[in-house]
Design a protein around this ligand. Sequence first.
Ligand code: NDP
Length: 257
Amino acid sequence: MVSELFDLSGRVALVTGSSRGIGNVVATGLAEAGATVLLNGRDRQRVFDARDALRAAVPQATCEGVCFDVTDETAVAESVAEINARHGGIDILVNNAGFQHRESMFDLSVEDWETVLRTDLTSAFIVGRTVARGMVHRGNGKIINVCSVQTELARPSIAPYAAAKGALRNLTRAMTAEWAGHGLQINGIAPGYIATELTSTLVADPDFSDWVTGRTPAGRWGDTGDLVGPAVFLASDASSFVNGQVVFVDGGMTAVV
Ligand code: NDP
């Protein structure tokens, strides 16, 4: 049955940065597909509010909040150990937490450069290998790294973000090289321009907003819901022989010049 391929019943999914935005909507989709979902973010109140909202939206789902900073190796190790003890392991990891700092390279401090790299790239290494140890031990697991159209394109004032997301695409391949032989599948999703808190100033700028619409062959901004199908596909048995790939969910932006 095709529907069984997408059934995530009995799987445990950790989605980093899921107190709002893309991560939250993807986490809700995974819960609707049957997964036990662990929501994450740094702000405890926002995580618990998101957990309560998900429980209300998907009453049959098991959903918990786990607050930690994805850049804090100790906090990640403690949180993953706690999740493993409570749930017997993590089957699906979505490395989604991320942020942008907009500034020209001449004005950008090295500290700000490093903060973006640590949040958008190093965190996937820290959380990824911490979770992957358990997956390798059990001989299976799915990791989805949330990349960006900026893995392929670059715009002014987001140099560290473009550098981090480009490297995250290749980290997806490196993880595949090391862990696919142990039964893990590591893939990426690269969203185009999606209206969230991250892009709120861009959405509010009519010139930029028109540029996005014109530059996207589909002729519109993306919606967080556009990411759900690809995420469930990559998290499920439906993608059983898909390894080291990045699915661009960008309305065609990276397909045309
Ligand atoms: P949002 O700003 O709406 O949400 C970001 C989430 O990440 C929040 O839950 C935030 O919670 C969490 N977060 C940020 N930093 C950390 C941290 N250090 N530790 C733990 N959690 C953290 O962003 P989006 O939903 O728009 O973006 C999600 C992902 O998608 C990012 O990786 C982004 O780069 C990528 N993306 C987004 C695009 C878009 O157009 N929106 C396009 C392409 C890629 P809190 O701050 O409370 O910790």
